[in-house]
Write a protein that binds this ligand. Structure first.
Ligand code: CA
Length: 240
């Protein structure tokens, strides 16, 4: 459930927004001044702010700027009664994502709010997927080249990490020895694949030792690297 902060000093508009959003499954908090809004937003947990620009105590544009600098990922939609394009521009330049010009219908507000929250959820999910992935007790952060078990880093050598990262990339699927050799070592590898087995043994040993150190819960939720005889390996995620 998303949390929406409505900042509006006009009680008619404020209560329509509050009731409409609440009836559609949003958690809503309503504030009438810029200062109160900044205070509430500062406590955290707000996903989207509907911000009236004409507030009694502060210029809405300044409120918007402060919100944006303290909460980079919050969605801000400004509400303006003023049809002056300069106000809309000032609001957008101060960090708002979008604006709604009064008078607006609650249907229009809901559509806009939902669209923004979907987009923002998708971009957060992308950000996480591209840097770190969880497989039970194991977290692999490809970008940072770190492997963690129950939050504690496992020190892996470069090739060991590359092997793990390659299995993680196709987690749950069989990865052939040829694919591992060419992706982790060299695409023109003609030598023995013994080196793959040696690194795999070391990788498994380090992961299971780290899990044992972290405790029985980590051991129970460790993904297994399964050997597929005559083919390769597969990372089975357990405990997800
Ligand atoms: Ca107002």
């Amino acid at each position: 459930m998303a949390d929406v902060l409505v900042v509006e000093d006009d009680d008619t508009i404020g209560s329509v927004l509050e009731a409409g959003l609440r009836a559609n499954g949003f958690r809503v908090q309503r504030e009438r001044t810029g200062r109160a809004a900044l205070q509430v937003a500062g406590l955290g947990g707000v996903d989207l702010v509907l911000l009236d620009l004409g507030l009694p105590d502060m210029d809405g544009v300044d409120v918007c700027r402060e919100l944006r600098s303290s909460l980079p990922s919050v969605v801000i939609v400004i509400l303006t009664a003023r049809t002056d394009e300069m106000d809309v521009l000032a609001g957008l330049e101060s960090g708002a994502d979008d604006y709604l010009a009064k008078p607006f219908s609650i249907v229009e507000v809901l559509a806009r709010v939902r669209a923004h929250l979907r987009r923002s959820a998708a971009s957060h999910a992308d950000g996480e997927a591209s840097t770190s992935m969880d497989f039970g007790a194991l977290t692999v952060d490809i970008a940072a080249r770190r492997a963690l078990i129950a939050g504690t880093e496992v020190l892996l050598r470069a090739r060991e990490f590359d092997l793990l990262a390659r299995l993680v990339r196709d987690a749950g699927m069989a990865v052939s020895r040829e694919a591992l050799m060419s992706d982790v070592w060299d695409e023109h590898w003609f030598g023995s694949t013994k080196t793959l087995d040696v690194h795999m043994v070391a990788l498994r040993r380090k992961l299971s030792a780290a899990a044992r150190t972290s405790g029985p819960d980590a051991v129970d939720h460790m993904p297994q690297i399964v050997t597929l005889r005559g083919h390769g390996y597969r990372l089975d995620a357990i405990g997800e």
